[in-house]
Design a protein around this ligand. Structure first.
Ligand SMILES: *[C@@H]1O[C@H](CO)[C@@H](O)[C@H](O)[C@H]1NC(C)=O
Ligand SMILES: *[C@@H]1O[C@H](CO)[C@@H](O)[C@H](O)[C@H]1NC(C)=O
Ligand SMILES: *[C@@H]1O[C@H](CO)[C@@H](O)[C@H](O)[C@H]1NC(C)=O
Ligand SMILES: *[C@@H]1O[C@H](CO)[C@@H](O)[C@H](O)[C@H]1NC(C)=O
Ligand SMILES: *[C@@H]1O[C@H](CO)[C@@H](O)[C@H](O)[C@H]1NC(C)=O
Ligand SMILES: *[C@@H]1O[C@H](CO)[C@@H](O)[C@H](O)[C@H]1NC(C)=O
Length: 580
């Protein structure tokens, strides 16, 4: 199977579409404004709050591995992995491959990682050599996943996963994890990563690590220190509970790094190791592991964005202590906070979710809404530390002016996704959901939260069949090899069956996150500036010109999913590369 196709069915549809489109091009072209004459219902408005919207599909009862970490690659395959040190998984390594280095089993011939192919809904085992438990990762500009840290033998490891060459089918089945000979400077367990404007990674924190480092190392002729202290992490550690692991990182358009830990946050100049600004404490609960909430940088608009951070969920102080020591599961946080980082005096704007949540993932949808999915209502992260799965995802519309209409409760799943679950956006707009294993070992009889090896897809309301007429289908991205440089104008052609276009017309680029422990590292959505109106090329064909992000601070170099979003309805993405 070619790794460049997004899906075999959509490829053939696209070829057919392109044929029809070419025929239609023979009709006269003319320009027309983006403004609407007729209004179609907004997808959220047709979904009364609390009565659902969205649909769940079971993709696999078992993929053999519990999906603790997930990363979508530009070839539409998802790297999934769990820890390695609990015993056998339910997926075998290819014959002849085994590992020897964990405590529970002397010889382990089962896989703890796999590669999931979105188009064919199939997967194959991958082999990790050392323990990658509770680690972090970023995709570097060339599309290679750089994964950092883990536990014991794996805690200083740096591992690469490069999408397979497409030259032969055999080669396409060969690619696997590769451990670099060089190591991290210190152990990294529960650290967070971010890709930087210059293409390096920054690795921040981890258990008992109040510092950060870079990959490749930040050493100019050996004259600079390579490990940098970050007292902010020391200052945000709670006794016994920590509550500042997996800190939330967001690269700001001014080039500084937003770091959030526990209830505090700073804008940080990582080059000069200097706190640029400290923000007010977020009201309410603790927000980081094990009081695990989640965070996104809300969609950036155009080339002069006003960055706004959003954080949802978490747990009160001593929630972890009570769960661990007393088996008392306190109610999780019900609040979300929004912070306009560049305001002269930024303040958290607090809102109530429809329900309490801990360990929920927050996902930026191409429509600009935020999906809050997975997690529990009581307790904290940690083994056996939570009860009350929250089965309903919630959609949050940041631009909805009426605060009482911002949250919509969507259709529930039937599968609890507790500690060690994950969720990510797929290239076709669906959400991939997997994992959940709140136990030390795989335990399929532990009730009510057995180890989950299943994989589901959640289809957000914008995927409903009633919107097919509005769904755009990208035909071409008019940039050589789909590579665009900073500030470059380029055109996109697409088809849409309903031949009127509406005000709500957007082109989004989304960086696919490394998702684990409810935080999507490097997740980023930028709406590109659109030049003029769309040009009608034919009965169903349109062309629109956009401008690529102007700086690496807005969009660090790398692969992005480009979505055309028409009246809130995205079609399937096309991958582009933003680079110099
Ligand atoms: C869209 O409509 C608004 C108000 O009706 C108008 O100000 C604007 O110029 C129109 N945009 C285009 C592209 O025609
Ligand atoms: C995993 O394998 C074990 C042992 O063969 C089996 O009992 C269990 O049902 C399997 N679990 C799943 C979810 O397939
Ligand atoms: C690093 O070493 C190279 C080669 O010796 C030299 O050209 C360069 O100026 C040095 N850079 C710094 C920052 O010292
Ligand atoms: C850490 O806490 C100490 C003592 O409260 C304070 O003096 C210092 O400024 C804090 N540093 C940071 C980076 O928050
Ligand atoms: C969650 O916490 C609330 C408030 O303490 C409590 O009323 C409720 O029973 C708890 N739920 C579970 C499932 O423990
Ligand atoms: C699995 O969970 C059950 C029920 O909680 C428990 O009795 C059993 O000991 C567990 N098995 C393992 C291997 O941990």
């Amino acid at each position: 199977m070619s790794s460049s196709s997004s899906s075999s069915s959509s490829m053939s549809f696209k070829n057919l579409s392109f044929f029809l489109f070419s025929l239609l091009l023979l009709t006269t072209s003319h320009s027309f404004p983006l403004n609407t004459t007729t209004t179609f219902p907004n997808p959220q408005e047709t979904t009364p709050s609390g009565t659902g919207g969205g649909e769940w599909v079971r993709l696999h009862d078992s993929i053999g591995v519990s999906a603790m970490h997930m990363q979508l690659m530009y070839d539409n395959k998802v790297v999934i992995f769990d820890r390695t040190d609990f015993g056998l998984s339910n997926l075998s390594l290819p014959s002849g491959k085994c590992r020897y280095n964990d405590a529970v089993l002397k010889l382990d011939c089962s896989a703890h990682s796999l590669l999931y192919d979105v188009a064919s809904n199939t997967f194959r085992p991958l082999m990790v050599l050392t323990n990658i438990w509770c680690s972090s990762g970023s995709v570097r500009p060339d599309g290679t996943l750089v994964q950092t840290g883990g536990y014991l033998a794996g805690d200083k490891k740096i591992r690469l996963f490069t999408p397979c060459s497409t030259t032969t089918d055999a080669a396409a089945e060969q690619c696997d994890w590769f451990e670099l000979p060089q190591q991290l400077l210190v152990r990294r367990w529960y650290s967070s990563n971010h890709i930087l404007p210059d293409g390096r990674l920054i690795v921040v924190g981890g258990r008992r690590q109040f510092n950060y480092e870079f990959f490749p190392k930040n050493s100019i002729n050996g004259s600079l220190p390579e490990l940098f202290n970050l007292p902010f992490l020391h200052n945000t550690t709670d006794r016994f509970e920590e509550n500042n692991l997996y800190p939330f990182l967001h690269l700001l358009p001014d080039g500084n790094l937003f770091i959030f830990a526990n209830r505090r946050s700073i804008s940080f100049d990582y080059v000069n190791n200097r706190v640029v600004k400290e923000f007010p404490e977020i009201p309410g609960e603790k927000r980081n592991y094990p009081s695990t909430g989640s965070s996104v940088l809300l969609p950036l608009r155009g080339n002069s964005p006003a960055p706004e951070v959003m954080i949802c969920g978490g747990a009160p102080a001593f929630g972890f202590y009570q769960a661990e020591k007393l088996s008392v599961y306190v109610a999780a946080s019900k609040t979300c906070g929004r912070l306009k980082v560049t305001d002269p005096e930024p303040q958290w704007l607090m809102e109530n979710m429809p329900m309490s949540r801990v360990m929920s993932d927050m996902i930026l949808l191409p429509s600009g809404d935020v999906l809050i999915i997975n997690g529990a209502s009581n307790g904290t992260a940690g083994w056996e530390d939570a009860v009350g799965p929250v089965l309903n995802p919630v959609l949050y519309s940041p631009t909805q002016p009426d605060p009482s209409k911002r949250f919509t409760v969507l259709s529930p799943t039937t599968i609890p996704r507790m500690y060690h679950s994950a969720a990510i956006l797929l290239p076709d707009g669906r959400i991939l959901v997997g994992g959940s294993n709140p136990h030390v070992q795989y335990n399929f009889t532990a009730m009510p939260y057995p180890t989950e090896l299943s994989l589901e897809a959640f289809l957000p309301p914008y995927m409903a069949k009633e919107y097919s007429n509005l769904r755009p289908s990208i035909l071409t991205v008019e940039a050589r090899d789909k590579v665009v440089s900073y500030g470059q104008g380029f055109a996109i052609t697409f088809m849409v069956a309903t031949y009127r276009l509406y005000q709500d017309f957007k082109v989004a680029v989304i960086a696919p996150p490394f998702a684990t422990h409810s935080f999507g590292m490097n997740q980023r959505l930028i709406y590109l500036d659109i030049i003029g109106g769309a040009q009608k090329l034919s009965m169903f064909g349109y062309k629109v010109s956009v401008v690529a992000p102007v700086t690496q601070n807005i969009a660090p170099p790398g692969y992005y999913m480009l979505f055309v979003v028409h009246n809130g309805i995205p079609g399937e993405c096309v991958w582009i590369q933003i680079n110099n």
